[in-house]
Ligand binder design. Structure first.
Ligand SMILES: [Zn+2]
Ligand SMILES: [Zn+2]
Length: 417
């Protein structure tokens, strides 16, 4: 027997209601914030991610699905959303239209990671990017957009953490000091931290190893290192968040896994669990477009893990409205009755009523049983007597009420609608 590859899953019909509600709200909230949808290919030039994420990050080193196609092109299944959007932005000359550009996407990402709860090798991401504006009102807009979406689907107990990690002017000094501090602690570091110390120093601050927590708590604080421009940007962002009454927590240890982030970084997690899971994360990436060969262009975005949102909706026992539209089964007895059934079913569907013709191999009693087993709301019965009088029986399975009505489409539709 074949199984879906490790770390991937089928989205079965009984779970589709979550996806429906999420997609509906993604569209609704994106429209409110005036972001337009973009879809990019699942495969990209492998170098896009080497340039865009950083050669020495965990993702590019160990987690991408990279392969040569039959034409010898080195391709990567997209591991994250931002670099492909920036590639598309440049490729289609979006910088030449009115700025900033506001884009959102819902696409699968692929990472070869150890699968665990809420983390898959193929996972789906709702993301948004705002490219072309560096003013912090945009940072506030992006954070509010992510927050509003999570609230719109029914999540509560959310926690927003923010930080500023500086820019290419002030960050080098911080990283130098951080490295120096960590070198003085090198005997007590975990294996991951030792490995990252020289080429991904910022990431040491979000090590989850319990032995590293005390070292982290005593590390130099990056907010003390911000240059005047970064400090002004940061303080204005905090004021804007106050303007929209969005509660936040400053976490000076919050960093992101990619090299291209500058200034604002943020994360939204849920407080419903003892160990909070991050549901949304994002930040500013003013250096990325240039890294990809474009002009110096500011940008900021977020990514929300759809599977994590669904996990959290289940955790918080959020009730998702079921599709409670009428569903009709037409039970027929005999050949002529079946012809009438086919005719009526076609008309009902054209009028937006979900209609199933009952299984012809079963007798009337079994067709009724079938109707209730698939949760239909009504059954239409066409027996010999009904054919003769040109009527039909319509039974409401919820109330048990049964009526005989003339076989006229308008009459049937009136009752079912
Ligand atoms: Zn560590
Ligand atoms: Zn700075």
């Amino acid at each position: 027997m074949y199984k879906s590859p490790r770390g991937t899953s089928d989205i079965l019909p009984e779970n589709q209601m979550y996806w429906r509600i999420l997609n509906k709200n993604i569209e609704k909230i994106s429209l409110e914030f005036a972001y337009e949808r973009i879809d990019t290919p699942i495969i990209e030039d492998a170098n896009l991610f080497v340039r865009g994420i950083g050669e020495l990050t965990d993702i590019v080193e160990k987690e991408t699905y990279t392969f040569k196609d039959r034409g010898d092109n080195l391709l990567t299944l997209r591991p994250e959303g931002t670099a492909p959007i920036c590639r598309a932005y440049l490729q289609h000359g979006m910088q030449n239209s009115t700025q900033p550009t506001r884009l959102y996407y819902v696409l699968p990402n692929f990472r070869y990671e150890r699968p665990q709860s809420g983390r898959y090798r193929q996972h789906h991401q709702f993301g948004a990017e705002n490219i072309g504006e560096s003013d912090p009102y945009i940072d506030c807009e992006i954070i509010e957009y992510a927050w509003r979406f999570l609230q719109s689907v029914g999540l509560s107990m959310l926690n927003l953490e923010i930080n500023s990690i500086g820019d290419k002017k002030c960050r080098p000094k911080y990283i130098t000091d951080l490295k120096e501090y960590y070198n003085s602690q090198s005997n007590n570091l975990c294996k991951d931290c030792t490995r990252r110390l020289n080429n991904n120093t910022l990431r040491l601050l979000d090590c989850k190893n319990s032995d590293c927590q005390e070292i982290i708590s005593k590390a130099p604080n990056n907010l003390d290192y911000l240059c005047n421009e970064c400090k002004a940007h940061w303080q204005l962002l905090l004021l804007y968040l106050k303007d929209i009454k969005l509660p936040y927590k400053i976490n000076s240890r919050l960093v992101r896994g990619f090299d291209y982030y500058t200034r604002t970084v943020f994360e939204i997690s849920s407080k419903s669990n003892s160990s909070p899971i991050a549901i949304a994360g994002g930040g500013r990436y003013d250096g990325l477009i240039q890294e990809l060969g474009g002009p110096e262009t500011p940008g900021i975005g977020f990514g929300i893990g759809i599977e994590r949102v669904i996990l959290e909706l289940k955790n918080q026992k959020v009730s998702i409205p079921k599709n409670n539209k009428n569903k009709v089964v037409i039970a027929s007895i005999g050949v002529e009755s079946r012809h009438i059934s086919m005719h009526i079913s076609s008309i009902l569907r054209k009028n937006g009523i979900t209609t199933i013709v009952g299984p012809s191999s079963k007798n009337l009693r079994r067709q009724l049983k079938y109707a209730s087993s698939i949760n239909s709301t009504h059954v239409i019965i066409i027996g010999d007597e009904e054919i003769q009088k040109n009527t039909l029986i319509i039974k409401n399975l919820t109330s048990g009420v049964q009526n005989i009505i003339p076989n006229i489409s308008d009459e049937i539709i009136k009752i079912l609608k």
